[in-house]
Design a protein around this ligand. Structure first.
Ligand SMILES: Cc1cc2nc3c(=O)[nH]c(=O)nc-3n(C[C@H](O)[C@H](O)[C@H](O)COP(=O)(O)OP(=O)(O)OC[C@H]3O[C@@H](n4cnc5c(N)ncnc54)[C@H](O)[C@@H]3O)c2cc1C
Length: 387
């Protein structure tokens, strides 16, 4: 199918289906309001799958459409433009799916990819721990093989959407006495079982996008190890590459709507007449264009395999840009930017975006860590001194 035909087909499909509860869910449910319309958004995943519009970049043999990168860009553009709901299985579709295609066994692909394509199984990412964030190799959650299954014990933290997830990919230590990045395994763990406790963490936005996750002997079938026992580090790093790479494109396309809202607000309240405000808006608009080209260049490299250090440049740039946009939106909104919409803590869309954007420079690897990667792997500077 050529690009124009694809765009026309998708646009027509979205126009016909983004109606009723899905149109309502599309107007909200982004970062900072991720708790809203959850049931409708889960139903939307099925609707989207029935139309054949999930996992569109995956090869047809795994249930995707095998769209080219250019066509995936078209998909994201049209999706954002249509006002369709924020996806609830981004982690499955953009992180675990590509990782399984690269490192999973045939049996793992057959078991897990269809549930992502049809929207029936949601995933979360169990990497970070209280003492293993930027220093991920410090993972202490352990798994022991007993009677043909792994028993997992330990604690994860900041686990996004763990309350909704059916499965979690967990980085844990399976080789007793191992150190750092050696001896870790990447396990696929079912969330609905005894031995798992999910405790929501209240964030700046007043909502709980992420959670603490406690394992006390949680069970994982022996065969659910991706990339080989004790060899999970390379798999975990590949997943992080996907997190910093192609999956950010749809997020960035949504920024266009935020810029539009900012301009509309500045026009409506008269601040667009202020030359400094105009200058700041133009600066942000320029940044969005730079980001777009950077993402497309990164995607072109991505076709050859998992994204490399250039994904760190893109992550650093867009996360800081979005944080700055949040600042500008609050400034331009004036008093409305500072006062909650309603007591006790009901926030406006501008406030939610401003507060949530503070986390952009943290998740998926903090800005400082991205600079370390760029310094060492792109610029060839001496490695960071180790304590
Ligand atoms: C909204 C959100 C969602 C998240 N979702 C998930 C999820 O689903 N699953 C998951 O596993 N994790 C998730 N995380 C966790 C995220 O990956 C970590 O927060 C991140 O890796 C930083 O780790 P940390 O919070 O432990 O901070 P730390 O690693 O303790 O870092 C603290 C500060 O020190 C700086 N720092 C640390 N090491 C260095 C260094 N070597 N050089 C320079 N500066 C350094 C950091 O940049 C940071 O400013 C999420 C985080 C957020 C904010």
């Amino acid at each position: 199918m050529d690009d124009d035909a694809l765009r026309a087909e998708l646009r027509a499909w979205l126009r016909a289906h983004v109606v009723g509860e899905y149109a309502e869910a599309g107007a909200e449910g982004g970062p900072g309001s991720e708790h809203l319309h959850m049931d409708a958004r889960r139903r939307w995943e099925y609707e989207l799958a029935e139309g054949g519009w999930t996992c569109v970049g995956w090869p047809a043999e795994h249930g995707g459409r095998g769209l080219s990168l250019q066509q995936q860009v078209i998909f994201h553009e049209e999706y954002v433009r249509s006002g369709a709901p924020t996806r609830v299985n981004v982690i499955g579709e953009t992180l675990l799916g590509p990782t399984l295609m690269a490192f999973g066994t045939d049996a793992q692909k057959t078991r897990f990819l269809p549930g992502i394509v049809d929207g029936s199984e949601l995933w979360c990412q169990g990497y970070s721990e209280p003492d293993a964030g930027s220093d991920l190799a410090n993972v202490k959650t352990a798994a022991v093989l007993e009677d043909g299954e792994w028993r997992v014990s330990g604690q994860k933290v900041w686990t996004s959407l763990a309350l909704e997830a059916d499965w979690c990919f967990v980085l844990c230590r399976t080789e007793p006495g191992s150190q750092r990045h050696r001896g870790l395994s990447y396990l696929l763990l079912p969330m609905h079982q005894p031995g798992i406790e999910v405790r929501p963490i209240v964030q700046l936005t007043g909502t709980s996008e992420f959670n603490e996750l406690f394992f006390d002997g949680a069970r994982v079938p022996e065969e659910n190890v991706v990339g080989g026992r004790g060899d999970g580090w390379k798999v975990a790093m590949a997943t992080l590459g996907f997190e910093r790479g192609i999956s950010t494109l749809s997020v960035q396309l949504a920024f266009e709507r935020e810029i539009d809202a900012l301009i509309a607000c500045a026009r409506a309240n008269g601040r667009a007449a202020d030359p400094v405000v105009r200058d700041r808006i133009a600066h942000m608009w320029g940044g969005l264009r730079v980001m777009r080209w950077m993402a497309l260049r990164g995607l072109a490299g991505h076709e050859a395999g998992t994204p490399g250090a250039e994904a760190s440049v893109a992550k650093l740039f867009w996360s800081q840009w979005h944080r700055d946009l949040g600042n500008l939106r609050v400034d331009v909104a004036g008093l409305d930017g500072l006062v909650a919409a309603a007591a006790p803590y009901e926030l406006t869309a501008v406030q939610r975006s401003f507060l949530f954007s503070r986390s952009d420079t943290i998740y998926g690897g903090s800005a400082e860590i991205q600079r370390n990667i760029i310094g060492e792997r792109v610029l060839g500077l001496p490695p960071e001194p180790k304590a």
